[in-house]
Design a protein around this ligand. Structure first.
Ligand code: NAP
Length: 295
């Protein structure tokens, strides 16, 4: 079998076009332009690229963005000061702090300081809690990107065995939570799954992954999942982004797995572009919620 390639880049472009139209309608109706404030501390090259890509995406969608670049030596207190100012600035609708932060900064304290109504990454305890209760304010960007890709490629998860490998707060856990809901962001066929979450302490990982009709991998280990770990005809979603020399590769060994899977996401060009599209969605949503709360 040679797997169908699930083209995240094309789907992300469609979504971005939809958002651009919605932003334009919103601006016409509300006379307010949605605005995202991004904070970048230090000079990590990958983070600089991610932040730049987000800025460009905002501009193309008609969303304002402002970047706050801070030196590596910035203290937790200084960063908290900036966050408080952004929290109370009515013209800012979304705030994101690019991770990772330098080691000396208390990351938990910083993320907790972002006002939940502006927390467009959906990392705050309040937003995580709302999502797990099935009444999300915002959906976390990468897991939401996975759900959108599945839906728009016609892949239903309802009643299926779905295995998520990885249990991070950013990807694995929220994906499990979304897949478990009776209804997902794109309806009941887009969630409602029987979900298993595997991690580094899982015994006999292959015996778990080979049960999956839909296998989603987010572990940060280049080419880790090989063909023997995949059920024939499974759908495989590779969230991983790893740099090997000059090349970007996923957590799934694309060459071997595409011979057994029915469908697979490439890296790059799979989930990555959808993550940015979902950030735009959340920024627009934050602006809409702010307007609604003022009425
Ligand atoms: P993370 O915080 O490092 O978490 C990795 C998870 O994988 C942990 O739960 C860990 O288990 C598990 N794991 C590690 N080695 C394993 C193994 N050998 N077998 C089974 N489970 C294992 O990483 P993350 O933030 O979730 O990111 C994961 C990957 O996705 C990275 O490559 C990252 O770059 C990528 N990513 C991509 C996007 C995107 O937009 N496409 C967005 C975010 C992240 P323990 O909990 O037991 O340690």
């Amino acid at each position: 079998m040679t797997a169908t390639i699930l083209d995240g880049k094309t789907i992300a472009n469609q979504i971005r076009q939809e958002i651009k139209t919605e932003v334009s309608d919103f601006v016409a109706a509300a006379s307010v332009v949605p605005c995202l404030a991004a904070i970048l501390v230090g000079d990590d090259p990958a983070s600089q690229v991610y932040v730049r890509n987000k800025e460009i995406a905002c501009e193309k969608a008609g969303i304002k963005s402002e970047l706050h670049r801070l030196p590596t030596e910035t203290s937790t207190a200084e960063l908290l000061g900036l966050l408080h100012a952004l929290n109370s600035n009515d013209s800012i609708h979304g705030i994101l702090v690019q991770l990772p932060l330098p080691m000396h900064i208390d990351e938990r304290k910083i993320l907790d300081a972002i006002l939940a109504a502006k927390d467009v990454d959906a990392f705050s305890p309040e937003n995580v809690g709302l999502m797990s209760q099935g009444r999300p304010r915002f959906l976390p960007c990468t897991p939401h990107g996975v759900m959108q890709l599945l839906h728009r490629c016609g892949i239903e998860t309802a009643s299926k065995e779905v295995v998520v490998v990885g249990r991070s707060d950013i990807v694995g856990k929220p994906l499990v939570s979304m897949l478990l809901q009776r209804s997902g962001p794109c309806g009941s066929s887009n969630a409602n799954a029987t979900v298993t979450c595997a991690h580094s302490n899982t015994r006999d990982l292959s015996s778990v992954t080979t049960r999956a009709e839909v296998l989603i991998v987010a572990i940060g280990k280049p080419n880790f999942v090989t063909a023997e770990m995949v059920k024939p005809a499974a759908v495989v979603i590779d969230v991983g982004i790893n740099r090997l020399g000059n090349e970007l590769v996923g957590d799934v060994d694309f060459q071997s797995v595409s011979q057994v899977a029915s469908a697979i996401t490439p890296v790059p060009g799979g989930i990555g572009p959808l993550t940015i599209a979902m950030l735009l969605r959340n920024t627009l949503e934050a602006a809409k919620q702010k307007m609604a709360s003022c009425r």
